[in-house]
Design a protein around this ligand. Structure first.
Ligand SMILES: *[C@@H]1O[C@H](CO)[C@@H](O)[C@H](O)[C@H]1NC(C)=O
Ligand SMILES: *[C@@H]1O[C@H](CO)[C@@H](O)[C@H](O)[C@H]1NC(C)=O
Ligand SMILES: *[C@@H]1O[C@H](CO)[C@@H](O)[C@H](O)[C@H]1NC(C)=O
Ligand SMILES: *[C@@H]1O[C@H](CO)[C@@H](O)[C@H](O)[C@H]1NC(C)=O
Ligand SMILES: *[C@@H]1O[C@H](CO)[C@@H](O)[C@H](O)[C@H]1NC(C)=O
Ligand SMILES: *[C@@H]1O[C@H](CO)[C@@H](O)[C@H](O)[C@H]1NC(C)=O
Ligand SMILES: *[C@@H]1O[C@H](CO)[C@@H](O)[C@H](O)[C@H]1NC(C)=O
Ligand SMILES: *[C@@H]1O[C@H](CO)[C@@H](O)[C@H](O)[C@H]1NC(C)=O
Length: 511
C-alpha cells in the first residue's frame, strides 16, 4: 500500500505516466461460451475455500522473499532485478496451469523520481521544506523576490526576478506551471508557500511542459511564507539557500494479466494485487500477501468451470503512484472497461496485528460510496466474515491502492485489508485480539516486512475470502445491481472527495 502523504523534509515518492508505450495485446472477448473448461465441474465455494492451505501461502511468500534476498538491494522495487524475477515467477506459475489462463505481460515506461533530498536555509536559519517531485537538482543561493498574485500568469513575475529566488503562493494553478514560469522569468529557484496552515509537498508533474524547464523548487508552510512576504514587503532583503538533489530516470516495468479462457468475457470478474515493494524491504505483507493470495486462488480455480471469466491483475509500480493499475485502466477501450463487471483489490492481507477490514463500498463508514455494486460487494465480504464467526470493520476508499483507477472508471470495487501503519484502537483489540496502541503492521514499508512477520491466521482467512468471492462472482453476478455506464457520475464523487481530502489522497498534490 502506498504511503498516505508526501513526507515533509524527506524523500517524496510517486510519479505519473509519461511515455506511453503502445499496448500490444487486446483484452477482448475471447470465447464467450466457456472454452476449454467445459468438462470441469462448476466452481464450488466450499471446495475452493477448503483448497486454501497455510503451507502453500507461506511457501509462495518465502519464494518472493528469496527472490528479494538474492540481490544486494534485498527488495522488489519496480524496475529492479527483484521485481523482474517476481514477474517471471508469476508468469511461470500461471502458464503451468494447462492453458487455463491467457497470460500477458503489459510493459510500460515512466519517468520516475527515484530519490530526492534537499536542504533549505532562509535568512541563515535552517527551514522545514517539502519535496516538489520532479524538481531538478540545483544548489542556489540568492535573495527572495515576492511574485504577484498567484504566479499563474507570466505578468505576475516582477522584473527584479532574474538571478533571484521566487516566493510564490500556492493556489489556482499547478505547482509545475509556477516553477516553469518562474524559470522563464529568470529565477534560479522557487519556493511555493501553502495557502492553508501547515507545510506543503507535492509534484510539479512529469516534465516537459510547454512553458519551459522547471527550476529547483521546494514547498514551505503558509506561516513561513506569510512571514517572509511581510518582511520583504517593508524592503528588508532576505537571502535563501536552496539545495535540491533528485534522481529522475526512465523506468520500464511490467504488469502480469491472466484471464481465464472459460466463462463469459463480457462479464469478467477482475482481481488485483501489486507485485512491487518499497526500497526498504522485501514487501512480503505489502503486497506479497495479496500477490500470493490471488495467485493461489488462480491456481485452485483452474480445476473448475466458471460461468463468468476471471482475470487476475498483478500490478507493478503501485508504490510509485499506482502506476501499473492506472496504466491498465487508461489503456482499456470503453468496451473493454464495460466488460469488467467488478474489481476486487487485495493489498496487505496478513498483517501481524491484523483487523478484518472491508472496503467501504456503501459509504456508511467514511461517506464515500463506490460505484453501483460496491455496496453489495462489501455486504458479501461482511457475510463471509460473519459466517466464519469473525468480526469485521470498514476501510476507506482513500486512494492508497490499485482500486482507484477502477472506481474512477465507474467499475464497482471491493476487497479486504488487514491494516498498515495505523495503530490498533482499544475497540479493534476487543474485536480482533492483538495489541491496542500498536501498529496493525509495525513492519510497514520496512526491512522487517518478512515471512516471519506475517500472521498466517489472517492470511488464510483473507485468502478464503478471495476464494469465496471468486466462486460467487465466477458463478453469477445476479447479486449486483446493473453496471453503471455513467463514468462521470462516479468520477465526480471521487473528484469531490479527492479535493476535500487534499494531500491525504493517494496521488500527490499537483496544485
Ligand atoms: C538517495 O540519496 C541519498 C542522499 O543523496 C543517498 O544517501 C541515498 O543512498 C540515495 N538512495 C538511493 C536509493 O539512491
Ligand atoms: C551549495 O552552494 C554553497 C555556496 O553557494 C556551498 O557553500 C555549499 O557547499 C554547496 N553545497 C553542496 C552540497 O554542494
Ligand atoms: C520589517 O518586517 C520585519 C518582520 O515583520 C520586522 O522584523 C522588521 O522590524 C521590519 N522592518 C522595518 C524597517 O519595518
Ligand atoms: C527489468 O525489466 C525491465 C523490462 O521490463 C528492464 O527494462 C529493466 O532493465 C530490468 N531491470 C534490470 C535491473 O535488469
Ligand atoms: C454477453 O454476451 C452474451 C453472448 O454473446 C450475451 O447473451 C449477453 O447478453 C451478454 N451480456 C452482457 C451483460 O452484455
Ligand atoms: C457526505 O459527503 C457529501 C459530499 O460528498 C456531503 O455533502 C455530506 O454533507 C457528507 N455527509 C456527512 C455526514 O459528512
Ligand atoms: C467480536 O467483538 C466483540 C467486541 O465487540 C468481542 O466481544 C468478541 O469476542 C469478538 N468476536 C471474536 C470472534 O473475536
Ligand atoms: C496470528 O494471530 C492469532 C490471533 O490473534 C494468534 O493467535 C497467532 O499467534 C498469530 N500468529 C502469528 C504467527 O503471529
Amino acid at each position: 500500500m502506498k504511503t498516505s502523504i508526501a513526507i515533509l523534509g524527506a524523500v517524496a515518492a510517486a510519479a505519473s505516466a509519461s511515455v506511453i508505450v503502445p499496448r500490444q495485446h487486446g483484452y477482448g472477448y475471447g470465447n464467450p461460451h466457456g472454452g476449454s473448461c467445459s468438462h470441469k465441474p462448476l466452481v464450488d465455494s466450499k471446495k475452493l475455500q477448503d483448497s486454501i492451505k497455510e503451507k502453500a501461502l507461506l511457501k509462495g511468500s518465502q519464494t518472493l522473499q528469496d527472490i528479494a534476498y538474492s540481490y544486494p538491494e534485498r527488495n522488489r522495487v519496480m524496475g529492479s532485478n527483484g521485481h523482474n524475477d517476481t514477474v517471471k515467477f508469476l508468469v511461470k506459475e500461471l502458464e503451468a496451469l494447462g492453458g487455463y489462463y491467457t497470460v500477458e505481460k503489459q510493459k510500460f515506461t515512466n519517468l520516475i523520481q527515484t530519490n530526492g533530498t534537499a536542504t533549505l536555509t532562509i535568512g541563515g536559519a535552517e527551514t522545514e521544506w517539502g519535496m516538489m517531485e520532479y524538481s531538478p537538482s540545483g544548489n542556489v543561493t540568492s535573495s527572495l523576490v515576492v511574485v504577484n498574485n498567484l504566479g499563474c500568469s507570466p505578468s505576475d513575475y516582477p522584473a527584479a526576478l532574474p538571478g533571484k529566488i521566487a516566493l510564490i503562493s500556492r493556489g489556482s494553478c499547478e505547482f509545475g506551471l509556477k516553477s516553469a514560469l518562474a524559470g522563464a522569468a529568470g529565477a534560479v529557484g522557487a519556493l511555493i508557500y501553502n495557502n492553508i496552515p501547515g507545510g506543503l509537498a507535492g509534484t510539479l508533474g512529469t516534465p516537459p511542459r510547454p512553458e519551459g524547464d522547471y527550476i529547483p523548487t521546494l514547498g514551505i508552510s503558509q506561516e513561513k511564507g506569510r512571514e517572509l512576504v511581510a518582511t520583504l514587503g517593508n524592503g528588508t532583503t532576505v537571502t535563501a539557500s536552496l539545495n535540491v538533489r533528485t534522481v529522475i530516470e526512465l523506468q520500464t516495468t511490467e504488469n502480469v494479466i491472466a484471464t481465464s479462457n472459460c466463462g463469459a468475457h463480457n462479464t469478467t470478474l477482475m482481481l488485483g494485487a501489486h507485485t512491487d515493494s518499497v526500497a526498504a524491504g522485501p514487501g512480503i505483507n505489502d503486497d506479497g500477501s495479496g500477490t500470493i493470495g490471488i495467485l493461489e486462488v488462480a491456481k485452485q480455480l483452474a480445476k473448475y468451470k466458471a460461468n463468468n471469466a476471471v482475470r487476475f491483475g498483478f500490478w507493478s509500480g503501485e508504490e510509485s503512484g499506482l502506476l501499473g493499475s492506472t496504466y491498465y485502466v487508461e489503456h482499456l477501450s470503453a468496451a473493454e472497461r464495460g466488460n469488467i463487471r467488478a474489481y476486487l483489490n487485495f493489498d496487505m492481507i496478513a498483517s501481524p496485528n491484523y483487523v478484518h477490514a472491508i472496503y467501504d463500498g456503501d459509504g456508511s463508514a467514511f461517506n464515500l460510496t463506490g460505484p453501483a455494486g460496491s455496496a453489495e460487494i462489501e455486504k458479501f465480504f461482511q457475510d463471509f466474515f460473519t459466517s466464519h464467526g469473525q468480526n469485521f470493520t470498514a476501510t476507506e476508499f482513500d486512494g492508497r491502492s490499485d482500486y482507484l483507477g477502477f472506481i474512477d472508471a465507474g467499475i464497482p470495487a471491493g476487497g479486504t485489508f488487514t491494516g498498515a501503519e495505523k495503530l490498533k484502537t482499544t475497540e479493534e483489540a476487543e474485536m480482533f485480539g492483538g495489541h491496542a496502541n500498536v501498529a496493525l503492521d509495525a513492519n510497514y514499508h520496512s526491512a522487517g516486512d518478512t515471512v516471519d512477520n506475517l500472521n498466517a491466521t489472517a492470511f488464510v482467512l483473507h485468502t478464503k475470502a478471495i476464494a469465496a468471492a471468486v466462486a460467487e462472482y465466477a458463478t453469477s453476478f445476479a447479486s449486483l445491481p446493473p453496471r453503471s455506464v455513467e463514468r462521470r457520475s462516479v468520477a465526480a464523487t471521487v473528484g469531490i472527495s479527492r479535493h476535500r481530502r487534499g494531500g491525504r489522497w493517494g496521488r500527490p498534490l499537483r496544485q
